[in-house]
Design a protein around this ligand. Structure first.
Ligand code: CTP
Length: 417
């Protein structure tokens, strides 16, 4: 089972049930272990198969037809959070009055986990005092209500009552779980492949797309970290407050070093060039001159430099894209560069690494651990890497600075600032 939060996703019978499919997918992408529970009404709008294919567990629909004689207590007790999207007026009434008609309402009564309800209905129903009183009762009991939005409703009329946007729902689910595990952590993430100029139009580059690094930055921000993303890629990075665009290894080096001193965690997901042309031609190199000889010089190994000046409690995460002997190369890079974690993948395997949306990695720890992450989305891999980071912080939290002497010890050397 995935290590992320265990989410029961209740779906009731409204036209917005189709949007719950997107909520399900996003929860899984965000690292949650999702168990869908569909009411009979929901099954009139959406199929079980869709949810079962996207979720972490097959759909449950009945109190009685399961092999488990007490599915509601198992679901209720096992959940870290329950979200009902969409929640019909009937579900709200049943929940507010403690009626347990079916698996979903029974599960809602058999839990101590936080509950998020996302009502969706026609404006007249939403505004009805009975619905509003039921919502007030639920709110008073600590249930989180994600209010509906205005817009086009089933039937084509415009009004209030449309299910909240999936992003708001997913955010509310994670907020209900309590303070995120990377709350307040200062994190620098690099992403993409650097480009080393040969002349004004040509460069030496690599095939890194930046997708994994961006997924890491976005997931870390959602888990409460203050993220600076230093990237060569122009991909979106929702939630990341500070995005620094760079092109070359030297620019990436300077951007990382300027921020490393105050970073609790640095994740070097970027594919940084190891060599760059010694000189960059001022003008385009013309073909007529014959094949040019391009002399290369090494770039600075950013991760190794960080490793040499690592301050107490700082966590360094490296990556290794390999085509042979993954474990051997990964272990030696981990040690040589002074990283705490090294994420290794075999980029020659199908559907992993560069340009793909999926990845399959092994996370090596300086403590000798090796955690395989089977093929999943890059968002899923990001969550697993952040689980490992959060685990390290839990087991060796950064030192408390109680007196100026200790402060002096944790101040990084000058060249790193
Ligand atoms: N790295 C870095 N600076 C460089 C080169 C690499 O910080 N100039 C980082 C990468 O971001 C990655 C890790 O080092 O986190 C490993 O990169 P990789 O290219 O796999 O390793 P190299 O040391 O370049 O070794 P090799 O090319 O021989 O595999």
């Amino acid at each position: 089972m995935q290590p992320g939060p265990r989410v029961v996703l209740g779906v009731t019978g409204g036209i917005a049930a189709y949007k719950a499919i997107e909520v399900c997918r996003r929860l899984v992408d965000a690292g949650a272990h999702v168990q869908p529970v569909l009411t009979q009404g929901a099954l009139r709008f959406v199929g079980e198969t869709t949810f079962s294919a996207l979720a972490s567990e097959p759909v449950k629909t009945s109190l009685w037809s399961e092999s488990d004689p007490i599915p509601h207590t198992r679901l209720g007790q096992g959940a870290d959070v329950i979200v009902v999207a969409p929640a019909t007026a009937r579900l709200l009434a049943d929940y507010a009055t403690g009626r347990s008609n079916d698996l979903l309402t029974a599960t809602l009564l058999a839990t101590r986990a936080p509950v998020v309800v996302c009502p969706a209905m026609h404006t007249e129903m939403w505004e009805h005092p009975a619905v509003q009183e039921n919502l007030a009762t639920l709110r008073r009991r600590g249930v989180v209500v994600v209010d509906p939005e205005s817009g086009r409703l089933a039937g084509g009329d415009i009004g209030h009552g449309r299910l909240a946007d999936p992003t708001r729902i997913v955010n509310a689910v994670f907020a209900a779980l309590g303070p995120p595990d990377l709350d307040g952590v200062n994190m620098v993430v690099t992403a993409g492949g650097t480009r080393e100029a040969i002349d004004p139009v040509r460069f030496i580059g690599n095939r890194s797309s930046g997708k994994q690094g961006h997924a890491l930055a976005v997931a870390a921000a959602r888990r409460g970290a203050r993220v600076t993303l230093i990237t060569t890629a122009s991909l979106p990075a929702p939630g990341v407050s500070d995005v620094v665009a760079v092109v070359s290894a030297a620019e990436m080096h300077d951007a990382v070093m300027a921020r490393a001193a105050s970073a609790d965690v640095v994740v070097m997901a970027a594919a940084v060039a190891d060599f760059r042309p010694v000189t960059v031609a001022d003008h385009k190199i013309k073909k007529a001159g014959g094949p040019p000889e391009i002399r290369l010089e090494p770039t600075v190994d950013i991760l190794a430099a960080l490793g040499r000046h690592k301050r107490a409690g700082q966590i360094l995460v490296g990556f290794a894209a390999e085509t042979t002997d993954v474990a051997t190369h990964a272990r030696s890079k981990l040690e040589a560069k002074g990283a705490d974690l090294l994420v290794a993948n075999d980029v020659s395997a199908p559907a992993t690494g560069f340009e793909h949306d999926t990845n399959e990695v092994i996370i090596y720890g300086a403590d000798g651990t090796a955690t395989p992450v089977p093929m999943t989305t890059k968002e899923g891999v990001a969550e697993r890497i952040l689980d490992a980071v959060a685990g390290l912080r839990l087991h060796s939290p950064p030192p408390r600075i109680d007196n100026p002497d200790q402060q002096a010890q944790t101040t990084p050397p000058k060249e790193q600032q």
